[in-house]
Design a protein around this ligand. Sequence first.
Ligand SMILES: Nc1nc2c(c(=O)[nH]1)N[C@H]1C(S)=C(S)[C@@H](COP(=O)(O)OP(=O)(O)OC[C@H]3O[C@@H](n4cnc5c(N)ncnc54)[C@H](O)[C@@H]3O)O[C@H]1N2
Ligand code: MOO
Ligand code: MG
Length: 408
Amino acid sequence: MLSAQAAEAIILEQVAPPHQQHIELVKLSEATGRILAAPITSELDFPHWDNSAMDGYAVRYADVAHSSAEHPVTLEVIEEIPAGYCPQKTIAPGQAARIFTGACLPPGADTIVIQEDTQPDGDRIKILTTPQLRAFVRHQGSYSRAGDPLLPPGISLGVAEIAVLAAAKCVSVPVYAKLKVALISTGNELIPPEHPIAPGKLVDSNQYALASWVMQMGAEPLILGIIPDEPQALKTAIAKALLTADIVLSTGGVSVGDYDYVGQILADLGGEILVNSVAVKPGKPLTFATFPNCLYFGLPGNPVSALVTCWRFVQPALKKRSGLAGEFWGPEWWPVRSSTELRSGGKRETYLWGNLRSVNGETQFILAPGSQNSGNLINLAQTNALAMLPVGQTCTQAGEFVQILKVR
Ligand SMILES: Nc1nc2c(c(=O)[nH]1)N[C@H]1C(S)=C(S)[C@@H](COP(=O)(O)OP(=O)(O)OC[C@H]3O[C@@H](n4cnc5c(N)ncnc54)[C@H](O)[C@@H]3O)O[C@H]1N2
Ligand code: MOO
Ligand SMILES: [Mg+2]
């Protein structure tokens, strides 16, 4: 049995990042969650022009350096500059311009006085404060200069990155193609949710759970349905999956029972089986095999085992394969105090599920109540974290730090 760390290393070593031919252009409006495939620059400076950060008056600092409420300087207002308007006049000594937030600074002015610190007097303005030189001026190029890198390849596009792409006028975004992830549920007992239940039967929840996770990860699920525990049927389904997908996830049929055929079929189909059991709980019979154009994960059938192994082992592989830059592959462990004692058998790296909550200003892990059993998918719902107890550690006390993996 491999350690979790060894299995993780073996898996990541086999995963190649995408090639250039996996790049496609998508509309900016459809780029959320996609992975950027090329560096983004702009021909523009940010800000594009010196502009005002406040509503007020554009002045020459030299005119107002000694102004105050007691001894206000009075300036002639020669122009009004709303946002979007190009100033037509140069501010000469003794002059100012009315200006609004986001509007271009007129030539000659170098400082903004906010309107709260002024008093209008016909077409003149009294300055009731001593401003700082260049106060409230957003200088051209002070955020980024034309040609500077704005976004690197290998990042997931979230709201702020989408805003940057828009600002950089990048309406057609180079991203890596979505990975195709085939999903197979194995088991004679399984029925789809819309079929009537019969004695001994069980609804195939894994297919839905994994499809949901795959979509959350920004990949495309290929739903291949329920395959009975029959070697020929399974072989046909797996062979088809290998032809169409980048990654195959099957659940069930990887343990030691008489109806657990997945390992043998992978070998028959020419797969190189690099992992077939890992010292983790849940998830011990996790199977990983490589094919020339496809990675295969045989996840254990128990619903919690399937998801936990997905989060712990498939997620880093999927991130790397999808083109995310290295430092984000994870798993990312966070030290967090547990509100209660946590127990493990000590022989396998053990994951206990629960919630991260803010308690008196500190993040705590709250163990999910009820049975922490790999078949009990009911109490996995509404949790958002796994606490990990390493091999050899049978207990952590309430209040002790544990390593946490955030999940959902
Ligand atoms: N003698 C031993 N028996 C078992 C061992 C062992 O080491 N020695 N390992 C146990 C562990 S740990 C796990 S985990 C399971 C894994 O079994 P399989 O991957 O072979 O999965 P199945 O036997 O097909 O199913 C296990 C369990 O999960 C339910 N299941 C399966 N598919 C689905 C699905 N799509 N949706 C919902 N539930 C599903 C299935 O009905 C079984 O209850 O093996 C232990 N046995
Ligand atoms: O490892 Mo199994 O996944 O304990 O139930
Ligand atoms: Mg089994």
